[in-house]
Design a protein around this ligand. Sequence first.
Ligand code: ASP
Length: 329
Amino acid sequence: MRQLLGICLTFATLLTAIDRSQAQPVHSERSFAIVIHGGAGANPQRLSATAQNAYLKSLEKALQAGYTSLAAGHSSLETVELVVRLMEDDPIFNAGKGAVMNAAGTHELDASIMDGSTKACGAVAGVKRVKNPIGLARLVMTRTPHVLLAAEGADQFAQQQQVELVENKYFWTQKAQDSLDRVRRKAKPGAEFKGTVGCVALDQSGNLAAATSTGGLTNKRFGRVGDSPIIGAGTYADNATCAVSCTGTGEHYIRHAIAHDVAARMEYGKQPLVQAAKIVIHQKLKPGDGGLIAVGRDGAMAVEHNTGGIAYGMANGNGVFRVGLTRRE
Ligand code: ASP
């Protein structure tokens, strides 16, 4: 019986994580590190094997792209945008194609990006027609004196910048529709991840960057904005400390300025990255609120969550390469 249990547990662990660590160490002069997330949510054991595999595959693809970019010497800023774009195009995640639906039955998307070397940042909220909101957030950062553009103004800016526009229904998926229908029927939520995406990276020059993109929460009020486009709440990067991207019920992340709080604990309290991340997730926030990913200036990597699971990936130049659906395996 015990043997059987052992076999089952090993199988379950294999299913919820893929570890290719040591598969391809890179011997670079300077090291690099990357962590990604695809949202926090249900305990992965409640997901079907097919759903688990689909998440792991998508995470692996995005992580591989980011790893390759950093290994080739590209900047953390380029890399986080590239990875989040890829995840926005992947319908499995709640960002770009696959974004969840609001109470009006449409999609409103939020995204932000921050460069830890200059503290430059850009964000968009409530955009309805921009295929890749993270790209537009980057343009807000580089081509305007502002940090955050919202709703129609952001969509108009997108038009001026000639970024790719799509009809709002482009973002629609059956999964998002089912999830809205379930909430409307007040049925029990399905076993799934909320699916917001994020990426934090340390490049070979020692620069940090963070990016986050989301469709928000299913059945959110029309016009509701979460933490993902709020610098300091859902996203933060500062070369002096760390880069952070959050996922969960945005209102709590805004109240506690969660992303910035991780950096502040490191800067003022001299707490190591992992300790700072643990405190904000397990002491400031409440069970079920969500999770975060972070990378420190020294290359430390953190994935913390107070939900049943979090879809994540982490890799560095020293041979770590791992994706998983919970950090409590
Ligand atoms: N934080 C996002 C929001 O509240 C949702 C999520 O991360 O799943 O809009």
